[in-house]
Structures are given as C-alpha cells and as structure tokens.
Ligand binder design. Structure first.
Ligand SMILES: C[S@@+](CC[C@H](N)C(=O)[O-])C[C@H]1O[C@@H](n2cnc3c(N)ncnc32)[C@H](O)[C@@H]1O
Ligand code: SF4
Length: 392
C-alpha cells in the first residue's frame, strides 16, 4: 500500500469500512464491557494473523468486491499487536478489496503499551490515524478507572502520536463519581490544548457484568445523577464548540473535516466487514443487509475460522423495516442527521405525523430543508426516546 497520499475528502457517502478486532488487553478496566480478554501466556500473533486473513476471504466472498473507504483496528488493545501483525492485516485487506491510497487507517492505542518503536512501525505499516484511550488527566481518577498509565505516560504518548501520525484523537471518560462541572471544565480545556483535531468524550456508563456494576448496585460507587450528567454534557458541548471542536456525533468532537471517516460509516449506515472475535458487520446484498456477528471468545473464534473459514456465530438478513430502524438509530446520533429520502425508501412510509409534530413542537428534532431530519441539542439529551418515537 502507498502510505503517503493525502487523505481523501469526505464525500458524504456512507462508504465501506473494514473493522478488525484485537481482543486482548494488558488488564481489564473495571468499567469496560468490550470484548477484551487478558491472557497470561503470549498470544500467538501469527496464528491470529492467518485467521484474520482467512476470515477476510470469507467476508469478501459474502459481500463481493468493494472499494474500502476506511480501516479501523479496534479492541481490546490493538497497540499490543506487533507492527508485523498490523502490516500483514493491512496487506490482507488490500488483497481482498480495493484499497485506494489516502483512505483513513485508524488504530486504537493505550498510552501504557505505547513504544516509540511500535508507533513508528505502525506508521510504516500504513496506519495514518491513532485513537488513544487517555480517559482522564488526573492520576487519582486514572487509578479509580483501573488504568495502567498515569498522566505523564499519557502526555508522552500524545506527543509521540502527534509527531508520528498525520491524524490523532484521544478518548476521555467524564461524569465520574463526584466530578464537579468546574473540575471537568478545567480538564477538558487542558485536553483540548493537547488535542490535534479530534476528541471522543464519553460519559461513564455503568455496564452490566462489570466490577463497576457490582459496586454501583451495592451503593459503593455513585455516579452523577441525571441533572448533574446533563450539566456536564452541556458544559462539554459549550466548551468544545467555543474551542472550534464541536460535536459531530453525541460523543465525538472534531475540527471541521477531521471527523472519523470510519465512525461516520457506521452512523451513516454504510457497509462494514467485521473481522476478528466479536466483530459485527453489515453487508448489503441486493435489497437486504446481512448483519454478522462473530464468536466472541478468541480461542473458540480461532478454531472456528481454522475449521470453517470464518467465525460467524450469528447472522441475520435485515429487511427494509429493520434497516430503516437501524438507520434512524445510528443517524440521529449525528449532527448532520438522517437522509429522510433514504429512510422513506427503506421504511416505505413518512415519519408518523403526530409524533413528528410533537417532537418538532417541543424542540427535540428539526428539519434541515426538505430532505434531512436531525435531533436538536435538547433532543440529543433524550436521544433514545426520540428514536423510539420515530421508529416503527
Ligand atoms: C476499546 S476502548 C479504546 C482503546 C483502548 N482499549 C483503551 O482503553 O485505551 C474504547 C473507549 O471506550 C470508552 N469506554 C469503554 N467503556 C466505557 C464505559 N463503561 N463508559 C464510558 N466510556 C467507556 C473508553 O473511553 C475507551 O477508550
Ligand atoms: S477500556 Fe480499553 S484497555 Fe480497558 S479493558 Fe476496555 S478495551 Fe481494554
């Protein structure tokens, strides 16, 4: 792959992304319910690479030839992959689909597993954007979140990533226990001063099955209530907007043009091939979309791929109504909203007039010209109920 081409412009089209999941982490964070596992024996990266390539061949056979518009190596902690593994995965993708020069190739990285050598290796392999899990900019909260890095590690990693990759983003988690608006304001402003052009800012969610869930249930971990969360969310919107990095999606902020192409493909309801343990995919086949989900357990996934050529554990053909609902669910997260014509073509109907009027009158949604519909800032705060109201 040629690496140095300028990033291709965003066409506004949904696109086709390839997602590859690396399911291992050095330690499990107590809030996280991603498909991530800790292994005390070294992971056989060659065996995983061979399986990734095999599963790509199956996905290519199912979805047919396509031009890739973005690649995302997510996890887990993909920065635990050797640069050779990353190189082989990227070369494999280019063998199965058409990969133009200048597409976005993102890799998630943890500040603690960062090494200059590796970052340079990833860059040489073709990665041109890094997304780093910084989570907090004070050591007390990093410890509370179970992170293996401290603020100094994070700042070092951010600087390194800025020097090596043309594009870089990092994640923070806010709405932590006892976090005041003033504290978050200070931290966010500091984060913006380190950011290049993209930030992901997530409210702490208590996910079932995690250690935080147990603590929360037992009353030992108290998160900000609805009003305080709303205040923190609004503060986030105000500050990022003022600093030129407004939200383009509920939790994602960018300078204009620096939006994550790959994530836009999800939210614009494009197609994506999901490779690796626990990866999800959507592949358009004629008028239907095939939803795929692979086996989550890494070792079982390996065995399935070696035996059958893929690790798909669940697949379902989505009809028009289901696609219309998914388009709504994903698209209303975006500031650009949804293309109503596309939604109407899929659902075969107009939005329910009474419900739409109610939401319009209460200022939760708005029309952009005749053909687009989006949530207002007030609607974003109650996004789930807006989607439920407009869906079937
Ligand atoms: C797969 S991880 C990113 C890469 C890497 N594994 C790391 O943690 O640094 C995706 C991001 O989701 C966010 N996240 C995960 N669980 C969350 C939760 N329960 N609440 C809020 N954000 C969460 C974190 O900001 C995390 O960086
Ligand atoms: S937040 Fe990231 S590092 Fe922590 S367990 Fe989840 S995927 Fe792994």
């Amino acid at each position: 792959m040629t690496r140095e081409a300028q990033l291709l412009p965003d066409t506004g089209e949904p696109g086709f992304g390839v997602y590859v999941h690396w399911p291992f982490c050095a330690a499990k964070c107590p809030y996280c319910d991603f498909n991530s596992h800790v292994r005390h024996q070294p992971v056989d990266q060659e065996r995983f690479t061979a399986a990734f390539l095999k599963e790509m061949a199956s996905m290519r056979a199912i979805g047919g030839p396509k031009t890739v518009t973005s690649i995302f190596l997510g996890g887990g902690t993909p920065s635990l992959m050797k640069p050779e593994t990353v190189g082989a995965v990227l070369d494999g993708i280019a063998k199965h689909w058409h990969v133009p020069d200048g597409i976005e190739i993102t890799m998630e990285a943890n500040p603690s597993s960062v090494e200059a050598e590796r970052f340079r290796g990833y860059r040489a392999a073709g990665v041109n954007r890094v997304s780093m899990g910084v989570q907090a900019l004070n050591d007390r909260d990093l410890k509370f979140l179970g992170r293996l890095h401290n603020v100094a590690d994070a700042l070092k990693a951010i600087k390194l990533a800025r020097d090596i990759f043309p594009r870089m983003s990092f994640d923070l988690i806010y709405a932590r226990p006892n976090q005041t608006v003033e504290e978050w304001e200070r931290e966010l402003k500091e984060a913006i001063s380190y950011a290049v052009d993209h930030l992901s800012l997530y409210q702490l969610t208590i996910e079932e099955g995690t250690p935080f869930y147990g603590l929360h249930k037992a009353g030992k971990l108290i998160v900000p209530d609805g009003d305080q969360s709303a205040l923190l969310y609004e503060t986030t919107q105000e500050i990022t907007e003022r600093e030129g990095m407004p939200a383009y999606e509920v939790s994602n902020h960018a300078r204009p043009g620096a939006e994550s192409r790959h994530n836009l493909t999800y939210w614009r309801y494009g197609d994506y091939a999901g490779i690796g343990p626990g990866a999800h995919g959507r592949l358009t086949l004629g008028p239907k979309k095939l939803a795929t989900a692979t086996e989550r357990k890494p070792e079982t996934w390996l065995e399935l791929v070696e035996r059958d050529g893929h690790g798909i554990a669940d697949q379902e053909m989505l009809g028009d109504d289901e696609q219309a609902d998914e388009l709504l669910l994903m698209g209303l997260r975006l500031k650009e909203g949804i293309d109503l014509v596309r939604w109407q073509q899929l659902s075969g109907r107009e939005p329910d007039q009474a419900r739409e009027e109610f939401l319009l009158e209460h200022g939760f949604i708005e029309r952009l010209g005749n053909s687009r519909l989006r949530c207002t800032p007030a609607g974003m705060l109650i996004l789930d109920s807006v989607v439920a109201d407009l869906a079937r």
